[in-house]
Design a protein around this ligand. Sequence first.
Ligand SMILES: Cc1cc2nc3c(=O)[nH]c(=O)nc-3n(C[C@H](O)[C@H](O)[C@H](O)COP(=O)(O)OP(=O)(O)OC[C@H]3O[C@@H](n4cnc5c(N)ncnc54)[C@H](O)[C@@H]3O)c2cc1C
Length: 441
Amino acid sequence: MKRATVAIVGGGQAGAALAARLRAGGFDGTITMFAEESRLPYQRPPLSKKYPSGDWEAERLLLHPAAFWREAGIDVCVASKVLAIDPAQKSLETEQGRIFSDQLVLTTGARPRPRPQGFGGRNNVFDLRTIRDVDALRPYFRTGLHMLVLGGGYIGLETAAVAASAGFSVTVVERAPRLLARVACAQTAAEIRALHEKQGVRIMEGRAVTRTEGETALTAVHLDNGARIPLDLAVVGIGVLPRSELAERAGVVCSNGIRVDFLGRTSSSGIWAAGDCANFDFDGQPTRLESVQNAIDQAESVADAILGAPRAYRPVPWFWSDQFDTKLQIAGLSRGFDHVIARSSSRGKSFWYFRRNQLIAVDALNDARAFMEEKNSLKGGRWFIPLTSKLQVSTLSTCLRLDASQAPGWPGSHRETARPCALPVRHAKPAHPSDTMCRSS
Ligand SMILES: Cc1cc2nc3c(=O)[nH]c(=O)nc-3n(C[C@H](O)[C@H](O)[C@H](O)COP(=O)(O)OP(=O)(O)OC[C@H]3O[C@@H](n4cnc5c(N)ncnc54)[C@H](O)[C@@H]3O)c2cc1C
């Protein structure tokens, strides 16, 4: 009897999770993973954390050692780019030839946005997506150079932090009015900004590059306020675009990524997608997440569906970012929030996001407990407002004053009268004696 076959396009976090889950779930057919990069699947987060400075070596980034793939009987074809897919034939084309497969899974990830004018084709300008990108950057890692970071999102800021810690003088230029404008509230951004400035990073928000200097190398940029910033190297961290070109060319429905349903099925039967390249409905909106959590969980959900045990992918998104001595952990998705409550404790600070009085996300700075509380409450479908100390209650009151116009129905300083949700609430058993918990009905 012919063995079932699964072909995976893309050897990153999602592709690796999918292949491993298929085998662990008892799939005994052929699994072939095509990876454009010349390496076994590896994790990207350290590329902007421990890897640039040499704290970690490439071997440590591998998701699994070579023996794992061998023993699991998973063929990983590295340096093997898929050139086209044919949904009707269920086949894919590589430079080595055409391969037919029963199921085809696209885990093609994302690529950096094209560099702005003046940054392309310069030998001292770097993206930060692959080991190769960072290997090209690493020789520059020595004290005293000036690095320009274009883009004040997580990857730009992590790179700024690791460079400043290594003795660079660093300037971050962000075109939006503030850092992290797409992904975090003003309060979180202000904390991160203060953290960087304390370490000597120069942050220039609301500034656009109007002109660049240099021939083969970029030597300086001019900003729209007239400032000229000389530099030795630049890192561009202005976001990514989903790699959906194979699917688009094959007529698979795409819109900001490859559209998939709650099982990871695309518009074409037998073709699936997961990870950074996939766009699915979350919270009633088309959504593309760029995180390790999403890559793994969505890929595993696709694997389960292929294994014949389908379950809807309903994620609790979470993410982290390490900058200097601060670990920022994010649970939930803050999109569409209408007010934010700040809390601080002996551990750290956290910012709690609400939409129509429902808690939707938290940013926790060096406060793993706040992160876990929110993550668990989202997982359990509960809206969980922990008030555990006088300090926190008074912080909430202070914050109330800041957010008063936007915080109807938030409790005063007395815990006994707390009603975090203006919606009808049903009290459940508190997880902690002094917590107040409510659930939207
Ligand atoms: C510098 C950096 C730091 C990050 N830090 C964090 C963090 O702290 N926390 C967090 O949660 N997330 C972080 N992320 C995001 C996280 O790494 C991604 O969300 C995750 O890697 C997505 O996995 P993926 O498998 O969907 O895509 P990828 O990991 O990008 O893998 C896709 C792979 O597919 C390959 N491919 C594409 N097209 C083809 C083709 N036609 N043929 C063959 N192969 C192809 C690509 O070359 C790539 O190797 C970070 C990302 C970067 C770049």
